[in-house]
Design a protein around this ligand. Structure first.
Ligand code: NA7
Length: 521
């Protein structure tokens, strides 16, 4: 975004709470932290030179490698000089008289800006809300999304992991290898698909680079931001053998293809979904030796893909180790964290280290953690009290000139993130260019257009199996959070078409206020 803003000739300042660039990949340093998108797709497309010169070492890049990549991008495009690091924005107020935003940081800085772009992330505010007594524990309490920068030595120690989402599923096999004993506290069993990570294949890498433009375009027009073909048939229209063969092929290939490359109706038809779900359930039964543990690990209550599936390397097999214990919190819920460990309704488990893989206040948490106040003194927190209201996930009525990258009711967490991020950056940059060229000083959605988008997003979700399932996609994991759909789930391609139509119409659904032209640098 900064790179694009500079090209528009705008004078720009970035604020970043971390001491360096990287965002997610700066904070999430837990053992096993790795991207679930294949490296060649989880990367920037905006610079042909960048995408040609960078070499990934593994099929799925690890956190340190992605961080190196992002640091390289920051240096290559000389981005750091316009950022204030270790600086958190704590308040942003719209100044109606001045038609600008007044932004305050935790270092006491106060700046005014014509335009404000939030890139605070949709999975960045740790969710530790519902854990009584967590402050009492004597040992280290480590959230995966705030992992210490120094290596954590767990050798010989009793480690507890709370949470079996993507982060838990990645960390558990490595912590099991390192710890003296690992206890996993599981509330909801997850569907996990093997990643099948491997060293990057130079032949595949070269083929991708030779065809990058076409591949990126496929990602942009796809369901999930990946260049995978969905089988257009219903899972129920083919023979059981053919279904099994397709899923076996996807399983053996590994990764998000199993989620975004299967039959077209996996997320819309319960019976079709059962085919995929049963396939994964059978693999869990094969991988885990103890039948009771296998059963506890097997998701039975939610359809496949209606909560974010994990990708793993040896996750289920980890439960065959003698030094790993699974505690099923559905049977014996957590009572509290004590000084010595974690107590459930059945027992107290003594621990030396407690790892919280409990996820994030997703999609809205980080935005609402800032004190954002728009037109007429209305706080964003107040406006979104019953759930986020945005037009295209990009702007919210009453908050002029405030843009959100991967905001709520955009595909964001339901997609390969860089595809979504770049599209938002392009849209915002295009919008600003339009405003600068035409002397518009303000832009904001109309309430009617925004209401239409909120209703449309809800209708789309209701047509899928996703809407009715409790998950962080529907706000169920944070007490008191409105239970609505947070991502837009019609797919990256359909979403892009909607955004492009707005641009082509001259920003239909938005009000543009003319005034004196903004001074360019
Ligand atoms: P997730 O996917 O939100 O997983 C969090 C896990 O922690 C999940 O298993 C939760 O159980 C569990 N959890 C959360 N709070 C509690 C409490 N209070 N007690 C017991 N268990 C709890 O977060 P991740 O970090 O794994 O992944 C987030 C995304 O980051 C991921 O999808 C990628 O896109 C990257 P629950 O399911 O709510 O029953």
């Amino acid at each position: 975004m900064l790179h694009r803003l500079r090209r528009l000739g705008l004078s720009t300042r970035g604020y970043e709470a971390g001491a360096g660039v990287g965002g997610t990949w700066y904070w999430n340093r837990y053992p096993g932290a790795r991207c679930d998108s294949e490296s060649v797709y989880y990367s920037y497309s905006f610079s042909a030179e960048l995408q040609q010169e960078w070499e990934w070492s593994e099929r799925y890049a690890s956190q340190p490698e992605i961080l190196r990549y992002l640091e390289h991008v920051a240096d290559r495009f000389d981005l750091r000089r316009d950022f204030r690091f270790s600086t958190r924005v704590v308040a942003a107020r719209f100044d109606q008289a001045g038609s600008c935003w007044s932004v305050r940081t935790d270092t006491g800085e106060q700046v005014r800006a014509r335009f404000l772009v939030s890139a605070v992330g949709c999975l960045s505010l740790p969710n530790v809300s519902a854990l009584p007594g967590v402050g009492n524990f004597r040992g280290p309490v480590l959230h995966t999304g705030r992992w210490p920068h120094e290596p954590v030595d767990v050798a010989g120690r009793r480690v507890g992991v709370l949470g079996t989402g993507s982060s838990g599923v990645q960390a558990i096999p490595l912590l099991a290898e390192q710890a003296g004993h690992l206890t996993v506290f599981q509330r909801t069993p997850n569907y996990s698909v093997p990643a099948r990570n491997a060293p990057a294949d130079p032949v595949t890498g070269a083929a991708v680079k030779a065809d990058y433009d076409a591949i990126r375009e496929r990602c942009r027009r796809s369901l999930g931001g990946f260049p995978f073909d969905v089988d257009p048939r219903s899972a129920l229209s083919v023979s059981p053998t053919e279904r099994e063969d397709l899923y076996r092929g996807l399983w053996d290939t590994g990764g998000m293809r199993f989620v975004f490359g299967g039959f077209a109706d996996v997320l819309t038809d319960r019976a079709a979904n059962d085919v995929a779900a049963d396939f994964v359930r059978a693999r869990i039964g094969e991988a885990v030796r103890d039948p009771a543990t296998a059963e506890a690990l097997t998701p039975r209550d939610h359809p496949f893909g209606t909560r974010r599936p994990a990708l793993d390397t040896g996750y289920y097999e980890t439960y065959n180790r003698d030094d790993v214990t699974l505690v099923d919190l559905r049977r014996t819920p957590v009572v509290e964290v004590t000084e010595r460990g974690l107590r459930t309704t059945e027992a107290e488990y003594p621990l030396d280290v407690l790892v919280l893989a409990t996820g994030f206040d997703a999609m809205t948490g980080s935005m609402l953690a800032m004190d954002v106040v728009g037109r007429d003194g209305v706080a964003l927190r107040q406006k979104w009290i019953d759930g986020p209201r945005t037009l295209l996930g990009l702007m919210s009525a009453g908050f002029p000139n405030l843009f959100t990258i991967t905001g709520p009711l955009s595909p964001s967490v339901f997609s390969n993130m860089p595809t979504c991020i770049e599209q938002h950056v392009d849209w915002i940059a295009g919008c600003l260019d339009h405003m600068l060229r035409n002397g518009h000083v303000l832009i904001e959605p109309t309430v009617e257009a925004e209401d239409g988008w909120v209703e449309h997003a809800a209708r789309v979700a209701a047509r899928t199996l996703l809407g009715a399932v409790d998950s962080w996609w529907t706000g169920a994991d944070v007490p008191g959070k409105p239970r609505v759909g947070y991502p837009y789930v019609a797919g990256v391609g359909a979403y892009r078409t909607a955004c492009d139509a707005v641009t082509a119409s001259g920003y239909d659904g938005f009000v543009l206020t003319p005034s004196a032209p903004v001074r360019r640098r």
